[in-house]
Design a binder for this molecule. Structure first.
Ligand SMILES: [Zn+2]
Length: 388
């Protein structure tokens, strides 16, 4: 399977290199038909004959995926899509079967072309019709993911509560109901990784000890990623199940304002997020969290609203007075006009929720329903709230 994944990676990189070269020389890139023709020639050659060892479908799928990636990158309707990049050895190894696979009745085994029956441990029930199968390697383990197609009626969310959330560094997320989630702690693993990396630097590059250590580091990195992933899943599931509407800051806007280094609020946030690397990791986590919430809300019939984050941490939720003087310290909010006091992140969450209500009021959703349900609107927060 390592060989199959390796061949797919080789093919992806080779086809990508050809197309990037063509683009540089202002020529038209090769799409699937042409690339498939090339791959057949390569299979016959002595140099690239090893490609014949792979199931033909996995080769075709790789080229189709590359074609898709180029089409997406050129698609003006998908501005976030970037150009495809080269795949490195040791990153995610994967290959895909669009057909020819079989799934055992009890789901304990799966048949893969050229590989045969393999035992699998099922993480969830397979509902609907299986469309394709992806086999991938993460760290030491191999994973099989099955894409299914299923017809479902549009769901209606069981709750009609609405909540605002402020994503941060000292607290992962602070909610408008006053509760918050501590940041994900992976310091133990990070210390181990740093120590191992120091050891690695002293080893002879590409020696067997070096390789062993390198593999160990990869395992720890996977562990850290898994911890973060699991935690984000738990929080997003919990939030999504109990709230029909979740309001968050639009991080794109927030990052843009941060780059321009404007007011002291933004400056404060810059200081808070010390190093650039930290911020990148955080942003990735937030991006993932946002995506999880979006699809979970879609699934349950709920909604996620993204609002402009400007001044959310400087505006008084009680009287509406907006000033940077309301924030004399990083963690505490005290209104210079009415004296309202609160945790600064909680103030952020309250203002985010209020903005969500305003977005809804201009939209089509019937907001009166939500008020009847007793969820918190701006007016509910006239009195200062005590944090637990
Ligand atoms: Zn005030």
């Amino acid at each position: 399977m390592v060989q199959y994944a390796g061949n797919c990676r080789f093919l992806w990189n080779k086809a990508l290199a050809i197309n990037l070269f063509k683009l540089q020389n202002k020529q038209k890139i090769c799409y699937y038909q042409e690339l498939d023709f090339f791959s057949k020639l390569w299979k016959k050659s002595e140099e690239y004959g090893f490609l014949t060892l792979s199931p033909a479908q996995t080769i075709q799928q790789t080229l189709k995926q590359l074609e898709r990636a180029f089409k997406d990158a050129f698609d003006k309707n998908q501005p976030l899509k970037r150009m495809p990049t080269f795949k490195k050895k040791g990153e995610v190894n994967s290959f895909n079967f669009p057909q020819g696979f079989k799934i055992d009745k009890n789901g304990k085994r799966i048949f893969l072309p050229k590989i045969g029956w393999v035992n699998v441990r099922k993480s969830q029930a397979i509902l609907g019709k299986a469309k394709n199968v992806t086999v991938s390697q993460k760290g030491k383990h191999w994973f099989v993911s099955i894409q299914v197609e299923q017809e479902v009626a549009p769901p209606k969310h069981s709750s009609n509560a609405m909540i605002g959330g402020d994503l941060g560094v000292k607290r992962l997320i602070t909610l408008s109901d006053g509760s918050f989630v501590e940041p994900i702690d992976t310091s133990k693993q990070t210390i181990r990784i740093k120590r191992l990396q120091k050891q690695l630097a002293r080893k002879v590059k590409f020696s067997s000890n070096w390789k062993k250590l390198k593999a160990k580091i990869t395992t720890f990195h996977t562990k850290v990623a898994n911890i973060r992933h699991d935690k984000l899943h738990k929080i997003s599931t919990q939030l999504s199940k109990s709230h029909a509407i979740i309001v968050l800051e639009d991080l794109k806007i927030r990052n843009m304002t941060k780059n321009s280094k404007g007011s002291s609020e933004q400056h404060g946030k810059m200081v808070k997020q010390k190093s650039g690397l930290n911020r990148v990791i955080l942003n990735q986590g937030w991006g993932m969290f946002k995506e999880m919430l979006k699809y979970k809300q879609d699934w349950l019939g709920g909604q996620v609203i993204f609002v402009d984050p400007k001044h959310t941490s400087q505006t008084c939720p009680a009287c509406g007075h907006q000033s940077k003087d309301n924030r004399l310290t990083q963690s505490k909010f005290e209104c210079a006009k009415c004296g309202y006091q609160d945790n600064a992140d909680h103030v952020g969450a309250l203002n985010i929720l209020a903005r969500g209500h305003r977005v809804l009021a201009c939209g089509e959703i019937d907001i009166s329903q939500l008020v009847e349900a007793g969820t918190c609107l701006m007016s509910d927060h006239k009195a200062p709230m005590v944090l637990n």
